[in-house]
Design a protein around this ligand. Structure first.
Ligand code: CP
Length: 330
C-alpha cells in the first residue's frame, strides 16, 4: 500500500490562477479541488451564493435538475454530506436514489464497479460517491457515463467539504486572498485537509498545518503550506482555525500517547480562543469529538461558524449538481 505522502507528492503541482480560465463550467466530474483554477473555484462559490440568495427570497424549489436522477452511493458512513446532497438534489427537482453499502448485494460478492453500473442502468445520470478507498470515484469516472461527484475518498479529497469551508470563510470575511488559515489535527489522514489546501492556496490564502509530527505528512511544505507543531504559536496569527477530526478509523497505530495529551496540546479551548484575534473564525468539518479537537464552549461559542458550514454545504452541493448537469448538456 503506498504511503499517503507518496500519493500527495506524486500529484502535479498547483495550477496557478489564470486570467484566461473558463467562465463556464465544462467538467463532467467533480473529483477534487486539485487542478481547479481560481476562476473555476469562484464559479462554484458564486453559483452557491446565488442559490443561497434565491432560497432566502423564498425560491426553495428550483427546476434545474427536473427529469434527472441523482444517485447517492455511500460506502462509508455520513450524516452531513449524504443528507445535504440528497436535499440539494431534491431542491433542484431531481429524483434521488440513496444507496448504502450495508444491506446491499455487496455482501453477496457483487463488485464496486458492478454495483455502480447496475445503479446507472436504472437511469441515474449523476452519482455522488463516498468510499474508504482513495481513488474510488475516479475509477467510476473512467468506467461509467454518469457524472461523478467525490463525496470523500479515503485520505485523498473531499472537494465539496473544502468548498463549503472556503465559502463560509468568504461569506464572513468577504475574501480569501491574504487570509491566514490554520488546519489543525490529523493532517495525515484528512481528505478535508487536502481539499482545503488545494482550494485555499489557489485562491491566495496562506495555510498553516498544525499537529503532532506523527500526524503531519513529511515534506507537506511542498504543497505550499507552513508546518507547525505548536498550536499556541499559531493561534494569535491566524484569521481562521479549522479543527480537523482525529480519524481513529484510519489510524492503524498509536500516533500520540493519549487522547488527553492530544487535547492538551492541540485541542481548541476557551483559553486559546481568548489569545486569538478578536474576529477569529472557528471551523470544524464534523463530526466533532467534543473535548478532543475542541471543547464544547468553543464549539458552541460566538466565534464558531460550524453550523454555518453545514447550512452552506447545501448550497455548495446544489451548485456542484447544477454545474455538472449543465456541462453534460453541452
Ligand atoms: N464533514 C463530513 O463529511 O461529515 P459526514 O461524514 O457526516 O458526511
Amino acid at each position: 500500500m503506498p504511503r499517503v505522502v507518496d500519493s500527495i507528492l506524486a500529484m502535479p503541482t498547483l495550477t496557478p490562477p489564470s486570467s484566461t480560465a473558463p467562465l463556464v463550467w465544462n467538467r463532467r466530474h467533480l473529483l477534487g479541488l486539485q487542478g481547479l483554477s481560481a476562476a473555476e473555484l469562484n464559479l462554484i462559490l458564486d453559483r452557491a451564493a446565488e442559490f443561497k440568495r434565491l432560497h432566502a427570497a423564498g425560491h426553495t424549489k428550483l427546476d434545474h435538475l427536473k427529469g434527472v436522477t441523482v444517485g447517492n452511493l455511500f460506502f462509508e458512513p455520513s450524516t452531513r454530506t449524504k443528507t445535504s446532497f440528497s436535499l440539494a438534489a431534491k431542491r433542484l427537482s431531481a429524483d434521488t436514489v440513496d444507496f448504502t453499502a450495508s444491506g446491499s448485494s455487496l455482501s453477496k460478492g457483487e463488485t464496486f464497479i458492478d454495483t455502480a453500473r447496475n445503479i446507472e442502468a436504472m437511469g441515474v445520470s449523476q452519482m455522488v460517491v463516498r468510499h474508504s478507498s482513495s481513488g474510488a470515484p475516479h475509477h467510476l469516472a473512467r468506467h461509467l457515463n454518469a457524472g461523478i461527484i467525490n463525496a470523500g475518498d479515503g485520505t485523498h479529497e473531499h472537494p465539496t467539504q473544502g468548498l463549503l469551508d472556503i465559502y463560509t470563510i468568504r461569506e464572513h470575511r468577504g475574501r480569501i486572498a491574504g487570509l491566514t488559515v490554520a488546519l489543525v489535527g490529523d493532517i495525515l489522514h484528512s481528505r478535508v485537509a487536502r481539499s482545503n489546501i488545494w482550494g485555499l492556496t489557489t485562491l491566495g490564502a496562506r495555510v498553516i498545518v498544525c499537529g503532532p509530527a506523527t500526524l503531519i505528512p513529511p515534506e507537506i511544505e511542498r504543497l505550499g503550506v507552513e508546518v507547525s507543531h505548536n498550536l499556541d504559536d499559531v493561534v494569535p496569527r491566524t484569521d481562521v482555525i479549522n479543527l480537523l477530526r482525529i480519524q481513529a478509523e484510519r489510524q492503524r497505530s498509536a500516533f500520540f500517547p493519549s487522547i488527553y495529551e492530544y487535547a492538551h496540546f492541540f485541542g481548541m479551548n476557551g483559553d486559546r480562543v481568548r489569545r486569538a484575534r478578536k474576529d477569529v473564525l472557528i471551523l470544524a468539518p464534523g463530526p466533532i469529538n467534543r473535548g478532543v479537537e475542541l471543547t464544547p464552549d468553543v464549539a458552541d461559542g460566538d466565534r464558531s461558524v460550524i453550523l454555518d458550514q453545514v447550512t452552506n454545504g447545501l448550497f455548495i452541493r446544489m451548485a456542484g449538481l447544477a454545474l455538472l448537469h449543465e456541462a453534460s448538456q453541452t
